[in-house]
Design a protein around this ligand. Structure first.
Ligand SMILES: *Cc1c(COP(=O)(O)O)cnc(C)c1O
Length: 415
């Protein structure tokens, strides 16, 4: 189990990573990843793996996926030069605008991609999990678009905290099922969705929301989100005339970041920075900075980094941003961190809130609280790299965060 007991040959892992060799045939990213699932789930994940292999890179599937991205999601999303922010920070700042994608974030790229794959595989219904509700909304929208029935499992506590998104999912025709087991939040919802999948693996497709879970999900989600970095790389070359010196994205489960990073991994001169949720501090339970503060272990079917205590019990996490509030991270990020190809650090709640205000006032763009973490990382980088160029993945828009923002940012008398 403890694959890290052997010292890692980092140079070889990095060379293989850059050469695009991961995941390997066993679904591993070096020592990370794999398929740690109960025996009852093995036929379902193997069936999915065969489906991914047969369809994902087939020209007709890719044509259908690109068509939906163009005409329904609104891709390519814009690349925006942030002129006033650049003047303020002393570095050239470019924003990849996933906030302009349909339903307001990058999650829709993955949701429509997996829903299309489900149809190809003959699935009759979709199950999905959701924490903050954003992946539930994206899944419900994608299923409506393709005429697939959709059931979203959501922790009972999250349903209360994220009532507007529950309403959105229902309007989009999804059935939202409250999960009252376990921690009654995202972790329990994932367990419940997996249970529904096991119960009916041929007719049910599990639409997983981030680059986590057993193989082939981390690979599948990366391939569907890689459009972000592919577009951004081309747009940078066309608009700025060069690659950026650094690429920055926020890391929750790790899907917008792996999507933004993937095309740049072979560009050795491009620094890559992943920014996690530093919450209110470095103590266990005070943040969701899994790579920064976690240790290796198994969660939701993959060997990766996670926030656990000395007995291996998963810890409660905290972040002002619901979308980053998860104790695990995708296995490819664990490898990117171990090889040093990506630098991971964290941004705290207060810093992220300040960054929301800064981008809103400087550029007229209200970012999601998650995306604001990436802005904090970009600002830090800019301080040490005056005059150079940074590309920020703006994963989503902040409208969904209005309740939190009004509570925390608008001072009494200012309303
Ligand atoms: C869900 C979400 C995230 C975090 O998820 P990843 O899988 O790490 O990308 C980041 N930004 C926004 C806007 C989100 O909705």
């Amino acid at each position: 189990m403890n694959a890290l007991a052997k010292p890692l040959d980092k140079a070889r892992l990095l060379a293989d990573l850059v050469a695009g060799k991961y995941p390997d045939a066993r679904g591993r990213f070096g020592p990370f990843g794999g398929r740690y699932v109960p025996e009852t789930l093995i036929p379902a994940v193997e069936r999915l793996e065969r489906g991914v292999r047969a369809h994902l890179h087939a020209p007709d599937f890719q044509a259908e996926f690109s068509g939906q991205l163009r005409s329904w999601v609104g891709r390519p999303t814009a690349l925006t030069y942030a002129a006033r922010l650049s003047a303020l920070w002393g570095a050239r700042v470019w924003l990849k605008r996933e906030d302009l994608a349909h339903t307001g974030a990058h999650k829709i790229n993955n949701a429509i991609g997996q829903a299309l794959l489900a149809k190809r595989l003959g699935a009759k219904r979709i199950v999905a999990e959701t924490g903050a509700g954003q992946h539930g909304v994206a899944s419900a929208a994608a299923c409506a678009r393709l005429g697939l029935p959709c059931t979203v499992y959501m922790g009972a506590i999250d349903m209360e905290r994220q009532a507007p998104n529950v309403g959105r999912m229902r309007l989009l025709g999804a059935t939202v099922v409250p999960v009252t087991s376990g921690d009654q939040t995202l972790r329990a919802a994932i367990d419940e969705a997996m249970r529904a999948w096991v119960a009916d693996p041929t007719d049910t497709f599990y639409l997983l929301g981030s680059a986590v879970g057993p193989h082939p999900y981390p690979y599948l989600v990366r391939e569907l989100q890689a459009v972000i970095g592919r577009e951004a790389r081309e747009q940078m070359l066309a608009s700025a005339g060069a690659l950026p010196d650094a690429v920055v994205a926020c890391v929750g489960g790790g899907s917008n970041s792996i999507g933004a990073f993937h095309a740049f991994v072979p560009d050795a001169q491009v620094e890559i920075l992943g920014i996690e949720a530093g919450g209110r501090g470095s103590g266990l339970g005070d943040n969701a900075a899994t790579v920064s503060y976690g240790t290796p272990g198994v969660l939701h079917g993959a060997y990766s980094m996670l926030l656990q205590n000395d007995d291996g019990q998963i810890q409660e996490t905290h972040s002002v941003s619901a979308g980053l509030d998860y104790p695990g991270v995708g296995p490819e990020h664990a490898l990117l961190a171990a090889t040093g190809r990506v630098q991971y650090s964290s941004a705290g709640d207060a810093e992220a809130l300040a960054a929301v205000e800064t981008l809103s006032r400087q550029e007229g763009i209200l970012p999601a609280l998650e995306s604001a973490h990436a802005l904090v990382g970009a600002q830090r980088w800019a301080r040490a790299n005056q005059g150079r160029t940074v590309l920020v993945c703006l994963s989503g828009r902040g409208d969904k965060d209005m309740a939190t923002l009004l509570q925390m940012l608008v001072k009494p008398g200012q309303a």
